[in-house]
Design a protein around this ligand. Sequence first.
Ligand SMILES: [Zn+2]
Length: 381
Amino acid sequence: MARMDVLHAPHGDVALPAFFPDATRAAVRSLDASDLEACGVPGLVVCAFHLARRPGSKAIAAMGGIHRLMGWQRLIISDSGGFQVFSLIRQNPGLGTLTKREAIFRLAEGGKAERLSPEKSIQIQLRLGADILVCLDDCTHPDAPREEQAAAVARTIAWAERCKAEFERGLPRMPGKDRLKAGLQTGDERVGSPAFRRSPPETARPLLFAVIQGGADPELRRLCAKELTAIGFDGYAYGGWPFDSQGRLMADILALTADLMPSDKPRYALGIGNPSALIACARMGYGLFDCALPTRDARRGRLYVLRGDGLDYSRLYIRDAVHRRDPAPLSDTCDCLCCRDYSRAYLHHLFATHDALAWRLATIHNLRFYATLTARLQSPK
Ligand SMILES: [Zn+2]
């Protein structure tokens, strides 16, 4: 299936497929921006919903935007937070309701009622100043009844239209837009890797992506894709939980949805990061991926190692006693800081003594694995 090879965004060009780690609350735990750049990470995903609560989107705008706050020069996608809000409401109906206009919810019993509308979500994301904004969508579980899926699709379409209108209204007033252009001309030149190139300043408009819902129902996916492509967005994402109740990747519906997206726009597989799922989805035409898995696994000592120069990989559990006297690096072929300078025995020891360095080195290795894996999936230059 044909797919885009390069994504152009305000903070640069990214070779696809690309994996963006989750920096939900504006941080990838234990790593700073220079660690992430050294891993070859082309971009990050932050959660607008969490950042709006703390430190607040106006506070971030006052600091010059999310890039300046984080000291990060590459791409940032702001996720709307729809997934968190809708999962919360569906799992605990007592905690919230959905109206035509907005979602009203409490994060805990007796907590303060909060509201999230498509307009508010876009205003927050514009204040953050991300490269890619994502429409607020209604996210369902694939096992949900058809009636609920159909209502979620209708809401997703109506809200996407409102998101686009708000995006177009808010764009000229976006804080930091001039600073962004100036930054691109005189910017920080730490940036530079084969998978990442700066864009010229004229491409400085952020992009707006819509999310295609419809659960496991092909007709609903078709309807959602048709309506959203008619409205017109800069990119499209597969929404909803991508695994069935047995934990199997819903490959048929993912492939169908990829085919429904315009081939000249980036296709984003939201929340997919399991390496085999990523490889399968890249072959379907998806180019953008994000997931909390590699960084969370790293903190638990679950590491990924590529075998040879292909796509085969294995998992390594560094906390296992077998590594206590192992002088070898995690991987002979990995060029990350951890594999270059330290042994498995040392990393095992850092985990055993609960040293913060264990998280940093393990996370650096797993993110380097994803950068290498996605580079191997990219078209030859
Ligand atoms: Zn490594």
